[in-house]
Design a protein around this ligand. Structure first.
Ligand code: AVJ
Length: 322
């Protein structure tokens, strides 16, 4: 189903994805502050590690958003309306997607993900569970402009973007992304977006420095992936996971810190690291309800509804085209 929208084969590594990965790594490790985009965390091993993160006691985000979605499902479905088109940035593998599809009963569901394999698996399962649902999978990357097939149907168009993935973008990038989304859903459209809230720095610190070291393994897997796919020779014992809350900027930063002066090869490229120098691997922005609504307003979305948990950990925003 929908293979005509698809980029490549379904076994091994997609050559286009590999080329993009190589380009990002060479460019990112050539910067004065070395940096790698977090989207490359999610190879098969990284996706498994992320699923383990989601089950960690310290990582409150996933379970809080799920509980929130369950608790308010009726109100969320009244907000989206039924029978429209649901576009999700993410593969649709999550339990939250099932809940949303069951409550909203859209005519069309369009999952957008960079992993063709993840899409294949999710589409097969959803097609079995939701007979009659038109599923249009799209391989794509929400951080880049994306040519989507037109969303069919005359019902409301709703974009679902759970998981606080929007936190990976800077506020400026988030605003531009919301503006693109606003164009996709049109004048009667809506968006449901999961956003991690600002909170006590100790809670944030624990969530990104878990006691079992799963987040550290997730971060370091990026170097293992470079070794596996790009012929790198990173010695993982010579780098360490470092995550902290940058309060002035309102974000968790993740880095990989070089434990000594060293040189690393990636294919034909050589990169020098001083002891203590880091690769910045992820930002995870945290927004108060008012801060996020202000960004949405700049993109012509009005904050219509917001659902939060009792502890004020996580927010699900219901935005309407303004
Ligand atoms: C998937 C981007 C929401 O920022 O919390 C989890 C990724 N990184 N632990 C986040 C992540 C380290 C996660 N997002």
């Amino acid at each position: 189903m929908g293979r005509d929208h698809r980029r490549g084969g379904n076994s091994g590594i997609d050559p286009a994805e590999l080329a993009a990965f190589r380009q990002d790594v060479v460019a990112g490790l050539s910067l004065p502050q070395k940096a790698l985009p977090p989207k490359h965390f999610y190879d098969a091993a990284g996706s498994r590690l992320f699923e383990r993160i989601c089950r960690l006691p310290e990582y409150y985000l996933t379970r809080t958003e799920l509980a929130l979605t369950r608790a308010h499902l009726g109100a969320i479905a009244r907000f989206t309306g039924k029978g429209g088109a649901l576009l999700e940035y993410g593969s649709g593998e999550s339990l939250k997607t099932h809940l949303m599809l069951r409550a909203m009963r859209p005519a069309v569901y369009m999952p957008v993900d960079i992993s063709g394999d993840a899409l294949d698996a999710a589409v097969a399962r959803l097609a079995r569970e939701f007979r009659g649902l038109r599923i249009v999978p799209v391989i794509g990357d929400f951080t880049r402009p994306l040519d989507l097939p037109p969303l069919p149907g005359r019902g409301r168009r709703v974009v679902y973007f759970p998981g606080s993935t929007i936190g990976n973008l800077t506020p400026q990038e988030a605003q531009a992304f919301l503006r693109t989304t606003r164009g996709q859903v049109g004048p009667r459209g809506a968006m449901l977006v999961g956003v991690d809230l600002k909170k006590d720095a100790g809670i944030l610190h624990a969530a990104y420095n878990d006691s079992r070291g799963v987040t550290a393994a997730f971060n370091l897997n990026l170097l293992a992936r470079i070794n596996r796919e790009l012929g790198g020779d990173f010695d993982l014992r010579r780098f360490s996971h470092y995550a902290f809350y940058n309060a002035p900027l309102g974000r968790i930063e993740m880095h990989l810190v070089s434990l000594r002066d060293q040189t690393v090869n990636v294919g034909d490229h050589r990169f020098a690291f001083a002891r203590g120098e880091s690769i910045h691997t992820e930002n995870s922005y945290k927004y108060s309800v008012a801060e996020f609504r202000a960004i949405a307003a700049q993109a012509d979305f009005r904050g219509e509804k917001v659902w939060t948990d009792a502890k004020g950990l996580f927010a699900l925003h219901g935005l309407l085209a303004a």
